[in-house]
Write a protein of this length. Structure first.
Length: 441
């Protein structure tokens, strides 16, 4: 190690034991939340960090992590306001002013480009610069991998994660991200092996156990093992577990039980809160309860339009508006919103959001009553074969409105459409060109 390395390692983040204790409590909460959903218990995490910096205003790393958490709240549409983004920026600037050379601080500050500004190219350049100084920094390797996959650079993302795991084989972020990437391309055996490693690291975490059952159910297509395991889980524990809840939701959708699916969405207020009301409306359409569906869709549309008045490019509000118009049978308005979502991605491509848009296209056709259009859109995805249908990237929620179409079932059951795919870079421009609205050339 260089003298500078030794100096960094010897540096204490804070001399305030109370602040350090709260920071450790935050870290434990964050680790558990990230195993489920990066936005889980976000308010509680922010409140802990705010107490930390109140106790020690010179705790640079706590300020930097606080900046990331504020930016996450903006990114996940829990508070999509300029004020929230400003708080993230101010916290990042405070952290860098206190410790301009601290790698951990700079790594967290780089997340502002990712979550706050959604500027993936700039975030990638930022993290690459940091890796020139610290090529084996596991956190930075993982963070850069997140950016690379957003850019559709999957082999590069996986290579970064393999580097991280060579340094720290038990790193949950690297293991979890690599598992997600394996799922995306249908490499389910590899994904299950990675998930088992995660479960061994956190043996008391019920969500990590449930995630194994999710993957094993995905592979053979049967929930039998999950159903047997589910009976062994105390109900109080099950209510606290995101993945037990999610598997219950998946089972309801698989069994064509929209009523149970709706009730489950209503009980889990924190799950995709921005989308929950809209999903309930879509399921009510499939259930044949048009009046209730229309009431929910109108309410969701009012919420979306209030945001879009101030922020016309807000992706979450645009998604709500698009699907709400579809539930209400307003075809032109729904496809107009789709075009705006498409244009946003043309301007700033995002591989994961493109996958969502591909699925949105199928759902829009279906909810608008155009089953032939839904089948053609799905058939186009079968020919493209960019991501695996067998993996978690192809959720049942999007296909629920056309679940009973025999042509759709044949596509989904075709073994050729469920085989593992080579892990390659995606041509995002080509993928977007194939996602034009139906009245475009």
């Amino acid at each position: 190690m260089s003298p500078a390395d030794e100096k960094r390692l010897a540096h204490k983040p804070t001399e305030n034991l109370a602040a350090y204790d709260l920071h450790q409590r935050y870290q434990d909460l964050a680790r558990r939340a990230h195993a489920v959903d990066a936005a889980e218990k976000l308010d509680e995490r922010i409140e802990l960090l705010e107490r930390v910096v109140a106790l020690d205003p010179k705790f640079a790393l706590a300020w930097a992590i606080l900046a990331t958490e504020h930016a996450r709240k903006y990114f996940f549409d829990l508070d999509r306001t300029d004020a929230r983004l400003a708080r993230a920026k101010q916290a990042a600037e405070r952290a860098l002013a206190l410790a301009p050379d601290d790698l951990a601080v700079k790594a967290e500050a780089g997340n502002f480009y990712y979550y706050g500004l959604v500027d993936y190219a700039r975030a990638a350049a930022y993290f690459e610069d940091l890796l020139r100084v610290a090529p084996n920094n596991v956190a930075i390797l993982a963070q850069l991998s997140w950016v690379k996959r957003r850019l559709g650079r999957w082999p590069e993302a996986n290579a970064l994660l393999e580097r991280a795991l060579a340094v720290d084989p038990r790193n949950p972020d690297a293991l979890r991200t690599l598992r997600e990437n394996m799922e995306e391309f249908g490499h389910l055996d590899e994904a299950i092996a990675l998930q088992r490693r995660l479960a061994q690291i956190q043996p008391d975490n019920i969500d990590e156990q449930a995630r194994i059952h999710f993957l094993e159910w995905t592979k053979p297509g049967s929930p039998a093992a999950y159903v047997a395991w589910r009976k062994t889980i105390p109900e109080a524990t099950a209510r606290e577990s995101f993945w037990v809840w999610f598997l219950d939701l998946r089972r309801a959708l698989k069994e064509n039980d929209p009523g149970t699916a709706i009730r489950l969405i209503e009980t889990r207020k924190s799950w995709q809160e921005w989308a929950a009301k809209t999903w309930r409306a879509v399921l009510l359409v499939a259930k044949g309860e048009s009046a209730r569906a229309h009431d929910l869709a109108r309410s969701s549309l009012r919420e979306a339009e209030a945001v879009l008045t101030q922020h016309p490019d807000d992706p979450y509000a645009r998604w709500k508006a698009m699907h709400s118009h579809a539930v209400l049978g307003e075809r032109q308005a729904a496809w107009d919103d789709y075009k705006r979502s498409h244009a946003r991605l043309v301007a700033n491509p995002d591989a994961l959001d493109i996958v969502t848009l591909q699925l949105d296209r199928v759902t829009l056709y279906a909810v608008l009553g155009d089953r032939d259009g839904a089948f053609r859109a799905l058939e186009q995805l079968a020919k493209q074969r960019a991501f695996s249908w067998g993996g978690s990237a192809f959720p049942e929620m999007y296909l629920f409105p056309v679940r009973d179409d025999p042509r759709v079932q044949a596509l989904l059951k075709d073994s050729a459409n469920n085989a593992p795919l080579p892990i390659v870079n995606w041509d995002l421009g080509k993928m977007l060109a194939e996602l034009r609205a139906p009245d475009e050339p």
